[in-house]
Design a protein around this ligand. Structure first.
Ligand SMILES: Cc1cc2nc3c(=O)[nH]c(=O)nc-3n(C[C@H](O)[C@H](O)[C@H](O)COP(=O)(O)OP(=O)(O)OC[C@H]3O[C@@H](n4cnc5c(N)ncnc54)[C@H](O)[C@@H]3O)c2cc1C
Length: 395
């Protein structure tokens, strides 16, 4: 493992840092904070995305012909680290730029690319991801939302859930089942969904911190033109894998979004509450965060050698979720007995931490991956791979 940037990585980092330092602070309110006004958040997020676009930094990995910088995953991670250093967290535009865009570039036709990519990159159009369903999360290939051909259109009916930002979105990437008579991975088709289409009902889900940033989305015979089908019929699973691979890359490097120094400073301000147990937990958190840093360096080294990280990403995801939980817990303990009666950074950290154990693949799923790829344990027995979807028991 090489802990230093290579000369070209260092040059890229310096360029990224110089650009970001020249930008005024985006003063983006914390989206997870329920007290934040959605309209204010959205207009600031749009202005920031536009500034990135105007400066040529809206996408690091998209090919140049579509407005990106045409660079690789290492530069994406370095860019995310530099954003975190500036205090800019994950963008609400990540679904468009990091997930939908690369999938459209990989599998879309010329008309789809011409219509979607530029407004998406410029921040004019917001995208959401309509993959998960009540019965399809960890096992995404279980999607039961149906799309039935009707002339030049498809009629889509079903229920999606956990759709982040769906209440603001202009477009969504959607998985639907077009052929239930074949095994479940084969009968899925990928669509681009205009969220203003009649028959879509978006119902916000209230979170325990009071915010409502996720939604259930009900689709009732929504008419989707066939020109908005991405890739061939039945190709949805392969296209979804492109989306999920890009999701991992888009998220990498945000592990340092809050700094240990921030917590240490907070502990110094509340020294009267720092007992032996708390000092011990702070120390443990410090070692976890250092471990994360090293894991990140290892992943960057692998990518630099042209290797794809496998189980390392899962170990990192597990540890990141643990760091978020521990930091929230410590922040609350340091805030004192009245902590739950107030609002603030640590309250949000504490109440949002459980989400990190689920989003992007739950802890248990990451542990399954480690068990199989690191420990070499046999995979779970499965009886649903080769049977038609319609013959599988549905919950
Ligand atoms: C903050 C957040 C944002 C999200 N945003 C979006 C979004 O924008 N769009 C979207 O489509 N989805 C989104 N999701 C959904 C997310 O992808 C799913 O929550 C995740 O894949 C888990 O699926 P599930 O919630 O259906 O849980 P389930 O798959 O039903 O799992 C329930 C429990 O069973 C465990 N489990 C399941 N299978 C196994 C197994 N084989 N072995 C061991 N344990 C298992 C899980 O770990 C979990 O504890 C979001 C989720 C969160 C938390």
């Amino acid at each position: 493992m090489d802990l230093r940037d290579s000369p070209s990585e260092a040059a890229f980092r310096a360029e990224a840092r110089a650009f970001l330092e020249a930008q005024p602070d985006p003063e983006m309110p914390d989206y997870a904070d329920d007290a934040v006004d959605d309209a204010e958040f959205l207009s600031k997020a749009r202005a920031w995305q536009r500034a990135l676009y105007d400066g040529g930094w809206a996408s690091i990995t998209w090919p140049r012909e579509y407005g990106g910088q045409g660079r690789g995953p290492i530069e994406q991670i370095i860019w995310n680290q530099e954003l975190a250093r500036k205090g800019v967290g994950e963008s609400i535009f990540v679904v468009g730029v990091g997930l939908a865009g690369p999938t459209i570039i990989a599998h879309g036709d010329d008309a789809q690319k011409a219509r979607t990519l530029e407004p998406l990159l410029r921040g004019d159009e917001l995208w959401c991801q309509l993959f998960s369903e009540p019965g399809a999360g960890s096992d995404l290939a279980n999607v039961a939302t149906r799309a039935v051909r009707d002339g030049d259109d498809w009629l889509v009916t079903g229920q999606k859930t956990w759709c982040s930002g769906g209440h603001h979105a202009d477009w969504g990437i959607l998985l639907a089942r077009t052929d239930p008579s074949v095994p479940k991975h084969k009968g899925i088709t990928y669509f681009l969904l205009d969220m203003k289409s009649p028959g879509i009902e978006v119902r916000p889900l209230r979170q325990m911190n009071g915010g409502a940033h996720f939604n259930e989305v009900f689709l009732n015979e929504v008419r989707v033109p066939d020109r908005d089908r991405l890739g061939p019929e039945g190709f949805g699973w392969q296209a979804a894998m492109t989306t999920l691979m890009n999701e991992r890359m888009a998220m990498g490097g945000f592990d340092r979004i809050f700094s240990y120094d921030q917590l240490r400073q907070f502990a110094a301000e509340h020294a009267d509450r720092v007992d032996g147990a708390l000092r011990n937990d702070l120390g443990e958190l410090y070692t976890w965060m250092k471990t994360l840093e090293l894991l990140n360096a290892r992943i960057i080294t692998q990518l630099g050698r042209g290797q794809m990280p496998a189980a390392e990403s899962s170990v990192m995801k597990l540890l990141m979720a643990r760091v978020f939980s521990r930091a929230g817990d410590l922040g609350m303990r340091l805030s004192g007995p009245g902590a739950l009666l107030r609002r603030g950074f640590w309250q949000n950290q504490f109440l949002m931490a459980p989400a990190y154990h689920i989003a992007g693949g739950s802890d248990e799923i990451q542990k399954n991956i480690c068990a199989e790829r690191v420990l070499g344990l046999p995979s779970e027995p499965r009886q649903d791979r080769d049977r038609p979807f319609q013959d599988l028991p549905q919950s």
